[in-house]
Design a protein around this ligand. Structure first.
Ligand code: BT5
Length: 326
Protein backbone atom coordinates (compact mmCIF):
# COMPACT_ATOMS: atom_id res chain seq x y z
CA UNK A 1 0.00 0.00 0.00
CA UNK A 2 1.34 3.48 -0.71
CA UNK A 3 2.25 5.89 2.07
CA UNK A 4 -0.62 8.19 1.22
CA UNK A 5 -3.32 5.56 1.68
CA UNK A 6 -1.57 4.07 4.73
CA UNK A 7 -1.47 7.55 6.24
CA UNK A 8 -5.18 8.08 5.57
CA UNK A 9 -5.95 4.73 7.17
CA UNK A 10 -3.86 5.59 10.22
CA UNK A 11 -5.58 8.97 10.60
CA UNK A 12 -8.96 7.23 10.48
CA UNK A 13 -8.03 5.54 13.78
CA UNK A 14 -7.37 8.84 15.59
CA UNK A 15 -4.49 11.26 16.13
CA UNK A 16 -1.01 9.85 15.66
CA UNK A 17 2.44 11.39 16.06
CA UNK A 18 4.88 11.85 13.20
CA UNK A 19 7.53 9.53 14.67
CA UNK A 20 4.94 6.83 15.44
CA UNK A 21 3.65 7.08 11.89
CA UNK A 22 7.15 6.84 10.45
CA UNK A 23 7.77 3.69 12.49
CA UNK A 24 4.37 2.16 11.61
CA UNK A 25 4.65 2.85 7.91
CA UNK A 26 8.37 2.03 7.86
CA UNK A 27 9.30 5.28 6.15
CA UNK A 28 11.38 8.30 7.19
CA UNK A 29 9.88 11.18 9.17
CA UNK A 30 10.54 13.38 6.17
CA UNK A 31 8.44 11.04 4.04
CA UNK A 32 5.58 11.28 6.55
CA UNK A 33 5.81 15.06 6.56
CA UNK A 34 5.80 15.12 2.75
CA UNK A 35 2.75 12.84 2.62
CA UNK A 36 0.92 15.06 5.14
CA UNK A 37 1.73 18.16 3.10
CA UNK A 38 0.55 16.45 -0.08
CA UNK A 39 -2.78 15.58 1.55
CA UNK A 40 -3.21 19.18 2.68
CA UNK A 41 -2.51 20.35 -0.82
CA UNK A 42 -5.25 18.07 -2.14
CA UNK A 43 -7.73 19.71 0.20
CA UNK A 44 -7.61 17.21 3.07
CA UNK A 45 -6.76 19.58 5.90
CA UNK A 46 -4.69 17.37 8.26
CA UNK A 47 -4.54 19.08 11.66
CA UNK A 48 -1.49 19.31 13.89
CA UNK A 49 -2.58 18.72 17.48
CA UNK A 50 -0.70 18.06 20.72
CA UNK A 51 -1.43 14.35 20.13
CA UNK A 52 0.08 14.51 16.67
CA UNK A 53 -1.52 14.60 13.26
CA UNK A 54 -5.32 14.37 13.17
CA UNK A 55 -7.89 14.10 10.41
CA UNK A 56 -10.06 17.15 9.78
CA UNK A 57 -13.39 17.01 11.59
CA UNK A 58 -15.24 17.57 8.34
CA UNK A 59 -13.17 16.24 5.43
CA UNK A 60 -13.74 17.98 2.13
CA UNK A 61 -15.07 16.45 -1.08
CA UNK A 62 -11.67 15.72 -2.57
CA UNK A 63 -9.73 12.57 -3.49
CA UNK A 64 -8.25 12.05 -0.01
CA UNK A 65 -11.57 12.99 1.60
CA UNK A 66 -13.37 10.22 -0.28
CA UNK A 67 -10.57 7.70 0.31
CA UNK A 68 -10.45 8.54 4.03
CA UNK A 69 -11.99 5.59 5.86
CA UNK A 70 -13.14 4.10 2.56
CA UNK A 71 -13.89 0.41 2.86
CA UNK A 72 -13.37 -0.38 -0.82
CA UNK A 73 -10.24 -1.15 -2.84
CA UNK A 74 -10.34 1.96 -5.02
CA UNK A 75 -8.07 4.96 -5.40
CA UNK A 76 -9.79 8.27 -6.12
CA UNK A 77 -8.81 10.93 -8.63
CA UNK A 78 -10.54 14.29 -8.21
CA UNK A 79 -10.77 17.03 -10.83
CA UNK A 80 -12.29 20.46 -10.63
CA UNK A 81 -13.81 20.10 -14.08
CA UNK A 82 -13.62 17.51 -16.86
CA UNK A 83 -15.34 16.98 -20.18
CA UNK A 84 -16.59 13.65 -18.90
CA UNK A 85 -15.38 11.47 -16.03
CA UNK A 86 -16.07 8.43 -18.25
CA UNK A 87 -13.65 9.82 -20.85
CA UNK A 88 -10.96 10.30 -18.20
CA UNK A 89 -11.53 6.77 -16.85
CA UNK A 90 -11.22 5.38 -20.38
CA UNK A 91 -7.94 7.25 -20.74
CA UNK A 92 -6.72 5.65 -17.51
CA UNK A 93 -7.84 2.25 -18.83
CA UNK A 94 -5.72 2.78 -21.94
CA UNK A 95 -2.77 3.50 -19.64
CA UNK A 96 -3.30 0.18 -17.89
CA UNK A 97 -4.80 1.48 -14.63
CA UNK A 98 -7.51 -0.27 -12.62
CA UNK A 99 -9.61 0.24 -9.51
CA UNK A 100 -9.68 4.01 -9.84
CA UNK A 101 -12.70 6.22 -9.28
CA UNK A 102 -12.58 9.50 -11.19
CA UNK A 103 -14.71 12.31 -9.79
CA UNK A 104 -15.19 15.84 -11.06
CA UNK A 105 -16.97 18.85 -9.57
CA UNK A 106 -18.41 19.67 -12.96
CA UNK A 107 -18.53 18.11 -16.42
CA UNK A 108 -18.68 20.14 -19.60
CA UNK A 109 -19.49 17.24 -21.92
CA UNK A 110 -21.26 14.66 -19.75
CA UNK A 111 -22.71 11.77 -21.72
CA UNK A 112 -25.81 9.65 -21.34
CA UNK A 113 -26.67 6.52 -23.26
CA UNK A 114 -26.81 6.67 -27.07
CA UNK A 115 -24.67 9.82 -26.98
CA UNK A 116 -27.38 11.81 -25.28
CA UNK A 117 -26.26 14.83 -23.32
CA UNK A 118 -26.03 14.58 -19.54
CA UNK A 119 -26.08 17.91 -17.73
CA UNK A 120 -23.56 17.97 -14.90
CA UNK A 121 -23.14 21.34 -13.19
CA UNK A 122 -21.19 22.01 -9.99
CA UNK A 123 -22.57 20.44 -6.85
CA UNK A 124 -23.32 17.00 -8.25
CA UNK A 125 -21.52 13.72 -7.78
CA UNK A 126 -20.12 12.83 -11.20
CA UNK A 127 -18.13 9.66 -10.78
CA UNK A 128 -16.67 6.97 -13.04
CA UNK A 129 -15.21 3.78 -11.65
CA UNK A 130 -12.65 1.86 -13.70
CA UNK A 131 -12.32 -1.84 -12.86
CA UNK A 132 -11.10 -4.98 -14.59
CA UNK A 133 -13.47 -7.69 -13.42
CA UNK A 134 -12.72 -11.31 -14.24
CA UNK A 135 -15.99 -11.80 -16.06
CA UNK A 136 -17.05 -12.47 -19.64
CA UNK A 137 -18.36 -9.40 -21.52
CA UNK A 138 -21.87 -10.87 -21.54
CA UNK A 139 -22.05 -10.35 -17.77
CA UNK A 140 -21.18 -6.66 -17.94
CA UNK A 141 -24.83 -5.54 -17.50
CA UNK A 142 -24.74 -7.02 -13.99
CA UNK A 143 -22.30 -4.29 -13.03
CA UNK A 144 -24.76 -1.67 -14.21
CA UNK A 145 -27.42 -3.25 -12.02
CA UNK A 146 -24.96 -3.28 -9.11
CA UNK A 147 -24.24 0.41 -9.68
CA UNK A 148 -27.96 1.20 -9.66
CA UNK A 149 -28.35 -0.63 -6.34
CA UNK A 150 -25.32 1.18 -4.90
CA UNK A 151 -26.67 4.54 -6.08
CA UNK A 152 -30.09 3.95 -4.56
CA UNK A 153 -28.54 2.95 -1.25
CA UNK A 154 -26.32 6.04 -1.20
CA UNK A 155 -29.31 8.28 -1.97
CA UNK A 156 -31.42 6.59 0.70
CA UNK A 157 -28.63 7.09 3.23
CA UNK A 158 -28.77 10.77 2.29
CA UNK A 159 -32.46 10.74 3.17
CA UNK A 160 -34.19 10.37 -0.20
CA UNK A 161 -36.43 7.41 -0.95
CA UNK A 162 -34.99 6.57 -4.37
CA UNK A 163 -35.86 3.61 -6.57
CA UNK A 164 -34.65 2.08 -9.83
CA UNK A 165 -36.43 2.23 -13.16
CA UNK A 166 -35.14 -0.41 -15.57
CA UNK A 167 -32.50 -0.45 -16.75
CA UNK A 168 -30.53 2.22 -14.94
CA UNK A 169 -32.44 5.34 -13.95
CA UNK A 170 -32.61 6.28 -10.30
CA UNK A 171 -35.84 8.14 -9.57
CA UNK A 172 -37.85 9.63 -6.72
CA UNK A 173 -41.62 9.57 -6.42
CA UNK A 174 -43.99 8.32 -9.09
CA UNK A 175 -45.84 9.77 -12.06
CA UNK A 176 -49.00 10.06 -10.03
CA UNK A 177 -47.56 12.51 -7.51
CA UNK A 178 -46.13 14.67 -10.27
CA UNK A 179 -49.58 16.20 -10.49
CA UNK A 180 -49.56 17.33 -14.10
CA UNK A 181 -52.77 17.47 -16.10
CA UNK A 182 -52.02 14.55 -18.39
CA UNK A 183 -51.63 12.34 -15.34
CA UNK A 184 -47.92 11.73 -15.55
CA UNK A 185 -45.06 11.69 -17.97
CA UNK A 186 -44.40 7.96 -18.04
CA UNK A 187 -40.99 8.67 -16.67
CA UNK A 188 -41.93 6.86 -13.49
CA UNK A 189 -40.86 9.67 -11.19
CA UNK A 190 -38.33 12.48 -11.02
CA UNK A 191 -34.86 11.55 -12.25
CA UNK A 192 -32.20 11.83 -9.58
CA UNK A 193 -29.35 9.90 -11.17
CA UNK A 194 -28.27 8.11 -14.32
CA UNK A 195 -25.70 5.43 -15.10
CA UNK A 196 -23.59 4.89 -18.20
CA UNK A 197 -21.49 1.71 -18.44
CA UNK A 198 -18.81 1.35 -21.07
CA UNK A 199 -16.38 -1.49 -21.58
CA UNK A 200 -13.90 -3.18 -23.82
CA UNK A 201 -13.62 -6.93 -23.92
CA UNK A 202 -12.24 -9.89 -25.70
CA UNK A 203 -14.29 -12.96 -26.51
CA UNK A 204 -14.25 -14.40 -23.01
CA UNK A 205 -13.03 -11.63 -20.75
CA UNK A 206 -13.78 -8.02 -19.96
CA UNK A 207 -10.61 -6.02 -20.49
CA UNK A 208 -11.85 -2.93 -18.69
CA UNK A 209 -15.20 -1.70 -17.44
CA UNK A 210 -16.12 1.90 -16.66
CA UNK A 211 -19.27 2.49 -14.67
CA UNK A 212 -20.22 6.17 -14.79
CA UNK A 213 -22.72 7.44 -12.23
CA UNK A 214 -24.16 10.93 -12.15
CA UNK A 215 -26.13 11.93 -9.05
CA UNK A 216 -27.80 15.33 -8.88
CA UNK A 217 -26.69 16.00 -5.33
CA UNK A 218 -26.45 19.70 -4.40
CA UNK A 219 -27.78 20.98 -7.69
CA UNK A 220 -30.60 23.38 -8.47
CA UNK A 221 -33.17 21.42 -10.57
CA UNK A 222 -33.80 24.56 -12.62
CA UNK A 223 -30.39 24.03 -14.19
CA UNK A 224 -31.38 20.47 -15.17
CA UNK A 225 -33.69 19.10 -17.90
CA UNK A 226 -37.43 18.93 -17.18
CA UNK A 227 -38.36 15.94 -15.04
CA UNK A 228 -35.08 15.96 -13.13
CA UNK A 229 -34.65 16.52 -9.41
CA UNK A 230 -31.77 16.66 -6.95
CA UNK A 231 -31.06 15.41 -3.46
CA UNK A 232 -30.95 19.00 -2.26
CA UNK A 233 -34.36 19.73 -3.75
CA UNK A 234 -35.81 16.59 -2.17
CA UNK A 235 -34.28 17.01 1.29
CA UNK A 236 -34.26 20.80 1.52
CA UNK A 237 -30.55 21.01 2.37
CA UNK A 238 -27.09 20.15 1.13
CA UNK A 239 -26.07 16.51 1.38
CA UNK A 240 -22.57 15.28 2.24
CA UNK A 241 -21.16 14.41 -1.19
CA UNK A 242 -18.12 12.75 0.34
CA UNK A 243 -20.27 10.25 2.22
CA UNK A 244 -22.48 9.77 -0.81
CA UNK A 245 -19.52 8.90 -3.05
CA UNK A 246 -17.94 6.66 -0.39
CA UNK A 247 -21.17 4.76 0.26
CA UNK A 248 -21.71 4.32 -3.45
CA UNK A 249 -18.21 2.88 -3.91
CA UNK A 250 -18.49 0.63 -0.87
CA UNK A 251 -21.87 -0.79 -1.88
CA UNK A 252 -20.65 -1.33 -5.43
CA UNK A 253 -17.48 -3.08 -4.24
CA UNK A 254 -19.48 -5.51 -2.11
CA UNK A 255 -21.75 -6.46 -5.00
CA UNK A 256 -18.94 -6.58 -7.57
CA UNK A 257 -17.02 -8.99 -5.36
CA UNK A 258 -19.79 -11.52 -5.74
CA UNK A 259 -20.64 -10.71 -9.35
CA UNK A 260 -20.08 -14.38 -10.18
CA UNK A 261 -23.15 -14.93 -8.01
CA UNK A 262 -25.59 -12.87 -9.99
CA UNK A 263 -28.47 -13.89 -7.71
CA UNK A 264 -27.30 -11.47 -5.02
CA UNK A 265 -27.17 -8.47 -7.33
CA UNK A 266 -30.46 -9.41 -8.96
CA UNK A 267 -32.19 -9.84 -5.59
CA UNK A 268 -30.90 -6.46 -4.41
CA UNK A 269 -32.00 -4.88 -7.69
CA UNK A 270 -35.53 -6.39 -7.57
CA UNK A 271 -35.84 -5.12 -4.03
CA UNK A 272 -35.24 -1.52 -5.10
CA UNK A 273 -36.98 -1.49 -8.47
CA UNK A 274 -40.25 0.28 -9.27
CA UNK A 275 -40.57 -1.28 -12.75
CA UNK A 276 -41.59 -4.82 -11.75
CA UNK A 277 -45.32 -5.40 -11.73
CA UNK A 278 -45.89 -2.30 -13.89
CA UNK A 279 -47.31 -1.96 -17.39
CA UNK A 280 -44.40 -0.77 -19.51
CA UNK A 281 -43.48 0.11 -23.03
CA UNK A 282 -39.83 -0.41 -23.91
CA UNK A 283 -38.41 1.15 -27.03
CA UNK A 284 -35.93 -1.47 -28.16
CA UNK A 285 -33.59 -1.26 -31.15
CA UNK A 286 -36.00 -3.62 -32.93
CA UNK A 287 -39.20 -1.78 -32.03
CA UNK A 288 -41.49 -1.22 -29.04
CA UNK A 289 -42.44 -3.98 -26.62
CA UNK A 290 -45.54 -3.40 -24.46
CA UNK A 291 -46.76 -5.49 -21.55
CA UNK A 292 -46.30 -6.13 -17.85
CA UNK A 293 -42.75 -6.20 -16.49
CA UNK A 294 -42.56 -9.34 -14.39
CA UNK A 295 -38.90 -9.89 -13.60
CA UNK A 296 -35.28 -9.07 -14.29
CA UNK A 297 -33.01 -11.95 -15.29
CA UNK A 298 -29.26 -12.30 -15.49
CA UNK A 299 -27.39 -10.45 -16.79
CA UNK A 300 -29.98 -7.64 -16.80
CA UNK A 301 -32.82 -8.54 -19.15
CA UNK A 302 -36.30 -7.26 -18.39
CA UNK A 303 -38.92 -10.01 -18.70
CA UNK A 304 -42.20 -8.67 -20.10
CA UNK A 305 -45.51 -10.53 -20.38
CA UNK A 306 -47.07 -9.36 -23.64
CA UNK A 307 -50.19 -10.35 -25.56
CA UNK A 308 -47.91 -12.42 -27.78
CA UNK A 309 -46.17 -14.23 -24.96
CA UNK A 310 -43.11 -13.57 -22.81
CA UNK A 311 -40.40 -11.29 -24.20
CA UNK A 312 -36.95 -10.57 -22.81
CA UNK A 313 -35.47 -7.17 -23.62
CA UNK A 314 -31.82 -6.39 -23.08
CA UNK A 315 -31.63 -2.70 -23.89
CA UNK A 316 -33.90 0.22 -24.51
CA UNK A 317 -35.78 3.12 -22.99
CA UNK A 318 -38.53 2.08 -20.64
CA UNK A 319 -41.74 3.99 -20.08
CA UNK A 320 -44.04 3.17 -17.16
CA UNK A 321 -47.61 3.15 -18.49
CA UNK A 322 -50.82 3.90 -16.69
CA UNK A 323 -53.34 1.17 -17.41
CA UNK A 324 -55.31 3.35 -19.81
CA UNK A 325 -52.26 4.46 -21.80
CA UNK A 326 -51.81 1.44 -24.04
C1 BT5 B 1 -28.12 8.45 -18.39
O1 BT5 B 1 -28.37 8.35 -19.73
O2 BT5 B 1 -28.90 8.78 -17.56
C2 BT5 B 1 -26.68 8.12 -18.00
C3 BT5 B 1 -26.02 9.31 -17.39
C4 BT5 B 1 -24.62 9.00 -16.90
C5 BT5 B 1 -23.94 10.24 -16.40
C6 BT5 B 1 -22.63 9.95 -15.73
S1 BT5 B 1 -21.97 11.33 -14.91
C7 BT5 B 1 -20.46 10.56 -14.71
C8 BT5 B 1 -20.20 9.84 -16.01
N1 BT5 B 1 -19.58 10.70 -17.00
C9 BT5 B 1 -20.36 10.86 -18.09
O3 BT5 B 1 -20.05 11.54 -19.09
N2 BT5 B 1 -21.49 10.17 -17.93
C10 BT5 B 1 -21.53 9.46 -16.67
P1 BT5 B 1 -29.81 8.28 -20.37
O4 BT5 B 1 -30.59 7.20 -19.70
O5 BT5 B 1 -29.55 8.17 -21.81
O6 BT5 B 1 -30.49 9.64 -20.01
C11 BT5 B 1 -30.10 10.85 -20.64
C12 BT5 B 1 -31.28 11.80 -20.55
O7 BT5 B 1 -31.47 12.21 -19.20
C13 BT5 B 1 -31.06 13.09 -21.32
O8 BT5 B 1 -31.48 12.95 -22.65
C14 BT5 B 1 -31.91 14.10 -20.55
O9 BT5 B 1 -33.26 13.98 -20.93
C15 BT5 B 1 -31.85 13.57 -19.13
N3 BT5 B 1 -30.82 14.26 -18.32
C16 BT5 B 1 -29.69 14.92 -18.74
N4 BT5 B 1 -29.01 15.38 -17.69
C17 BT5 B 1 -29.70 15.03 -16.58
C18 BT5 B 1 -29.51 15.21 -15.19
N5 BT5 B 1 -28.43 15.83 -14.67
N6 BT5 B 1 -30.44 14.70 -14.35
C19 BT5 B 1 -31.53 14.06 -14.82
N7 BT5 B 1 -31.77 13.86 -16.11
C20 BT5 B 1 -30.87 14.32 -16.99
Amino acid sequence: MDTRRALLDALADGPVSGPALAADLDVSRAAVWKAVEALREEGFAVESTTDGYAAPADPAYCAAGIEFGLDAPYAVEHHDSLTSTNDRARELAAEGAEDVAVVADAQTGGRGRLDREFIAPRGGVWLSLLTRPTAPPARAPLFTLAAAVATVDACREAGVDAHIKWPNDVLVGSDEDGGNASGGSGRGGRKLAGILTEMEGEADRVSWLVVGVGVNANVDPETLPAGATSLRAETGGDVDRRRLAATLLERFATLAETADRSDRTLAAWRDRASTLGRRVRVETPSGPVTGTAVDVESPGALVIDTDDGTRRVHAGDCEHLRDADD
